[in-house]
Ligand binder design. Structure first.
Ligand SMILES: Nc1ncnc2c1ncn2[C@@H]1O[C@H](COP(=O)(O)OP(=O)(O)OP(=O)(O)O)[C@@H](O)[C@H]1O
Length: 228
């Protein structure tokens, strides 16, 4: 479970990016976080992946008080929280296979297990035929599917997606949301997705959180832009 308990975060320049956020996300939920530019969405994600620490309040993820994590424990925590971004962030000199395998090598998985796991992942993200390709030989949608594969390679309990369809056309965006839904259903992965994509939010309705000026101003179980 993810629980924000009265969480506030200001940056050194005095901007209050999040204010008294209270939010509970149960295991296996798939939620959207929406809001205008500067409303605090990325800050929420940075707190979740341990990149930033709140000034007050508590963020509990899977029983871990993230703000109180010792520096050396952050990498282990991050293994449980997969992240994908708008700008893919693949390693350009590694093939698709190697990009995914890398995430498993760093946690010390055996070579044989890595091979099996990467094969499974490539099947899931429908890129078996691109294993030997390099990122710049792939379309945007394909690159995003590789990053999703890499993010879930370690079977994290939580997957955070920061505008995963931001650079994609509607058809490719649809593929990405369908893939995320499959991961959510097949593995029970909790998914928190920040998005500006009104069409997706309206068509694939899910619990939707709206941020405004760092405040949660709406938490709709019905979802969809029109109903909030
Ligand atoms: N590192 C930083 N230092 C200072 N201010 C920051 C920093 N990061 C974000 N902010 C400010 O905090 C506020 C919230 O920013 P945040 O990036 O969380 O918003 P967002 O909702 O993700 O915006 P966008 O949709 O444009 O990505 C904004 O006013 C922003 O200018």
């Amino acid at each position: 479970m993810i629980e924000f308990k009265d969480v506030s975060k200001a940056y050194p320049n005095g901007v209050h990016a999040l204010n008294h956020v209270n939010l509970k996300v149960e295991d296996g939920e798939f939620i959207y976080v929406i809001g205008a530019t500067g409303s605090g969405k990325s800050t929420m994600i940075k707190l979740l992946n341990g990149e930033e620490v709140s000034d007050s309040g508590q963020l509990i993820v899977d029983g871990v008080d993230v703000g109180a994590l010792k520096h050396r424990k952050v990498p282990a925590y991050r293994r449980n929280v997969g992240c994908i971004f708008q700008d893919y962030r693949l390693l350009p000199k590694l093939t698709v296979y190697e990009n995914i395998a890398f995430a498993l090598e760093v946690v010390g998985m055996r070579k044989k297990d890595i091979k099996n796991r990467v094969r499974e992942i490539l099947e899931l993200v429908d890129l078996k035929d691109k294993a030997r390709s390099y990122p710049d030989e792939l379309s945007g949608g394909q690159q995003q599917r590789v990053t999703i594969g890499r993010a879930i390679a370690n079977r994290p309990k939580i997957l955070i997606a920061d505008e995963p369809t931001g650079n994609l056309d509607p058809e490719k965006s649809l593929e990405i949301i369908q893939l995320l839904e499959k991961i959510n259903q097949n593995f029970g992965t909790t998914i928190v997705m920040v998005t500006h994509d009104k069409v997706l939010v309206d068509e694939f309705k899910k619990r939707t959180i709206i941020l405004d000026g760092g405040y949660v101003i709406h938490d709709s179980r019905v979802g969809g832009y029109r109903s909030v």
